[in-house]
Design a protein around this ligand. Structure first.
Ligand SMILES: [Zn+2]
Ligand SMILES: [Zn+2]
Length: 188
């Protein structure tokens, strides 16, 4: 075997080993940097950041797999988005108006509850603004409002005379004929 060929093969092997080493080194560095950036997006705890990066650098592939298994599920940005979303939902819930007596959802402009018929708002005695029954003051002028009791619905006023006379004779006179319905009349 000529010395030249041996030398060439040795050089080739050296180059291949160097290339492979460089590749491994790049992979190792890449995993370390990726882990560092990834953990920084998930926590602000510098101890956790340092430990995670160290874990991947000391145990290159195994440490990386372990890190992927134990890292915090959500990034800080995702956590922030979720908190914003929850807050918006909560505000929406709080802003939904409900009847102060029966609790069914009502619209802002409604004066009476469609379910229990209670009055939902009245006009302020001083400025004429609309005041909801559950408010203590007028939100427009600040005047204290007297809370009306929820059951205070005025009874319909028919005056002193009942709308229809009770006496069947008068009914007959008023109508011009005898009503056929009702036992009291038909038995006559
Ligand atoms: Zn109601
Ligand atoms: Zn007012």
């Amino acid at each position: 075997m000529p010395a030249d060929l041996t030398n060439t093969i040795a050089t080739l092997i050296t180059i291949l080993v160097a290339l492979f080493g460089a590749f491994l080194f790049a992979l190792w560095m890449g995993m370390g940097i990726w882990t560092f950036n990834d953990i920084r997006a998930r926590t602000r705890d510098w101890l956790a950041i340092g430990l995670a990066t160290l874990l991947v650098l000391v145990f290159p592939v195994v440490g990386f797999v372990v890190y992927l298994m134990v890292r915090p599920k959500e990034t800080l940005a995702e956590l922030y988005d979720r908190a914003l979303e929850e807050e918006a939902l909560l505000r929406e819930l709080e802003e939904t108006l409900t009847c102060h007596r029966c609790g069914v959802p009502v619209k802002e402009a409604w004066v009476f509850c469609p379910h229990c018929h209670v009055q939902l708002q009245h006009t302020c005695t001083r400025c004429g603004g609309l005041v909801r029954e559950e408010w203590d003051i007028c939100v427009f002028c600040g005047t204290a409002q007297r809370r009306s009791s929820p059951v205070e619905t005025p009874a319909p006023d028919y005056g002193t005379e009942p709308p229809y006379p009770e006496d069947p004779q008068t009914v007959e006179e008023n109508l011009g004929y005898r009503p056929v319905t009702g036992e009291r009349y038909s038995q006559q």
